[in-house]
Design a binder for this molecule. Structure first.
Ligand SMILES: [Zn+2]
Length: 182
């Protein structure tokens, strides 16, 4: 068996990635990161509005089951939806959709990290004027003084996830192109 064949055998379950799809995902990720970096609060329009809507829906829905867990509901819902997208496209073996889901998850982690970092400072405007989720959560965990540090780690996790997803997509694209040439 030639090397090329074994590569195709291992990975034939995933659908192919076109150069346009890879370029589109790369461009969208760069635009998201540039807007995130350039805006004062790291706010990415449309995407963060969707994240916020999911977040705000999460509190009362979790609150139905538990008052104590209600504070986690916002963050939980922010993460559940991109994770569902990731699983959906992973099952469909659609590489571009899978990576878009991971990039959305990473962008969501950046948004969450921004909120975490604000736990002591409390400078961000809160929707509905309620309590600050991360002040409450970090106080429960006894780590309020480490808010900026935990936010920093979360931000790194976000960047690693986004970069890793793009590298994975690029490698798939390259492997597939090499296989086509054999
Ligand atoms: Zn909240």
């Amino acid at each position: 068996m030639r090397l090329g064949e074994s590569v195709i055998d291992d990975e034939d379950a995933w659908k192919s990635v076109s150069g346009t799809a890879f370029g589109g995902v790369l461009l969208a990720t760069l635009v998201i990161l540039i807007i995130h970096g350039a805006s004062r609060d790291g706010w990415v329009p449309i995407l963060d509005s969707a994240n916020l809507a999911l977040h705000e829906a999460g509190h009362p829905l979790v609150g139905i089951f538990s008052d104590r867990l209600m504070v986690y509901g916002g963050t939980l819902f922010q993460l559940i939806f991109p994770i569902t997208v990731v699983f959906h496209f992973s099952r469909q073996r659609e590489p571009a959709g899978f990576v878009i889901g991971l990039v959305w998850l990473g962008e969501n982690l950046l948004n969450i990290a921004r909120y975490m970092a604000d736990a002591r400072a409390q400078e961000l405007p809160l929707v509905g004027g309620g309590e600050h989720d991360w002040t409450e959560i970090f106080m429960r965990w006894g780590v309020l003084a480490k808010d900026v540090k935990i936010a920093g780690l979360t931000r790194w996790l976000a960047y690693v996830l986004m970069l890793g997803a793009l590298v994975w997509l690029w490698r798939r694209y390259k492997t597939q192109k090499n296989a086509e040439m054999i």
